[in-house]
Design a protein around this ligand. Structure first.
Ligand code: CP
Length: 358
């Protein structure tokens, strides 16, 4: 179905670039593909013979396994391009002779032989410069003739967001009048990007949920993201609020999503010429984290949420830091549904962007 309106598009920041109706279509297709999978229906005609390239600059369990599995279930091939075994793709100005290869060349080479390229990059591979990884993905998109799929960068994790919105749809049937709390939580590691909290503030806002962002002082999100959330709330007649009180945020929530992320002030900075003017200081963030150790999702806080409310986390979770075992292993937890839905959400993305036969 190559004439579909998704064919050939990138999946870089769909929380901004795709409409509410397009998100709803993707969720519907993901649920349909999940049903087909459960009935053991053959879906291998959908992307028969097509190739997905993946490039992981960071660790992954869920994203790696579900993209590899998903393209094969749709009849395609998966080729993982391990950075280090290829020449490291680099933007102009960040090149090292015979170690790196300019992205404009890499993208054009892969466009000749594959049908989509999915990339994960944040943190150390992008020098902890906020936005650097997203710009890198945009550079791939600029030069590529095939869709570029964001498998998590330093601003967005849209595949996670789609799987999570699909999970909420399955649990509640609708988004309207449902209270969604994206909350900071303590972790022993400060090396955490903003991708999940930002995508999980934007996507439920776009889809019309009442969203509360809870975070201690110092853990604010990118102001452009919160501004967009407010704009979505206005369009949808829903709410977007920010608070530094985790317990107040949890009251009567239908969904709580407590998750750790870093503090923007401690990230590296570059000037307009791309020169690093401030180093990252991950150790410096530690004292700010330690001051907020009580930001844990425990049974006491879970008593505050709606009786049918659910606990969500993208995984991997830092147990006994972000969340206690009784909560994440308890009856309100849907973390394994979310992980399972990554497979079907990403199959929907690939099927539509790669022009699958549906
Ligand atoms: N949630 C998520 O993206 O998991 P992985 O880091 O294991 O891919």
């Amino acid at each position: 179905m190559r004439s579909n309106k998704f064919f050939g598009r990138d999946w870089l920041s769909p929380e901004i670039d795709y409409t509410k109706e397009e998100w709803e279509s993707l969720i519907k297709l993901a649920i349909d593909l999940k049903t087909k999978y459960s009935l053991n229906e053959d879906t291998s005609h959908i992307l028969k013979g097509q190739t997905l390239y993946t490039m992981f600059f960071n660790s992954s369990l869920r994203t790696r396994s579900t993209f590899a599995n998903g393209i094969q279930q749709l009849g395609g091939y998966h080729v993982d391009l391990e950075p280090g075994k290829t020449y490291t793709p680099a933007r102009k100005g960040f090149e090292i002779p015979y170690k790196t290869e300019r992205i404009s060349d890499v993208a054009r080479v892969l466009s000749r032989t594959g049908n989509a390229l999915a990339i994960r990059m944040y943190g150390k591979p992008s020098q902890w410069i906020y936005g650097f990884a997203h710009e890198t993905l945009k550079e791939f998109a600029k030069w590529s003739d095939i869709p570029i799929i964001n498998m998590e960068d330093d601003i967005y994790h849209p595949c996670q967001a789609l799987a999570d919105m699909m999970t909420i749809k399955e649990k509640f049937g609708e988004f309207k009048k449902k209270k969604f709390v994206i909350s900071w939580a303590y972790s022993g590691s400060t090396a955490k990007p903003f991708a999940v909290p930002q995508s999980l503030a934007l996507a439920p806002s776009l889809l019309g949920m009442d969203v509360v962002l809870a975070r201690p002082k110092g853990f604010e999100l990118d102001p452009k993201v919160t501004k967009q959330c407010k704009a979505y709330a206005e369009q949808n007649g829903s709410a977007f609020e920010e608070t530094d009180d985790m317990e107040a945020a949890f009251e009567d929530a239908h969904v709580v999503y407590p998750k750790s992320w870093g503090a923007m002030d401690y990230f590296a900075k570059i000037d307009k010429n791309g020169k690093k003017v401030k180093e990252e200081n991950l150790d410096g963030m530690k004292s700010l984290f330690e001051k907020n150790k009580d930001w844990i999702c425990d049974e006491k806080k879970m008593k505050l949420i709606d009786k049918n409310g659910i606990y969500m986390h993208c995984l991997p979770a830092d147990r006994d830091m972000e969340v206690t075992d009784p909560v994440i292993d308890g009856p309100q937890s849907v973390v394994f549904d979310e992980a399972e839905n990554r497979l079907h959400a990403q199959k929907a993305i690939m099927a539509l962007l790669m022009g699958g036969r549906l």
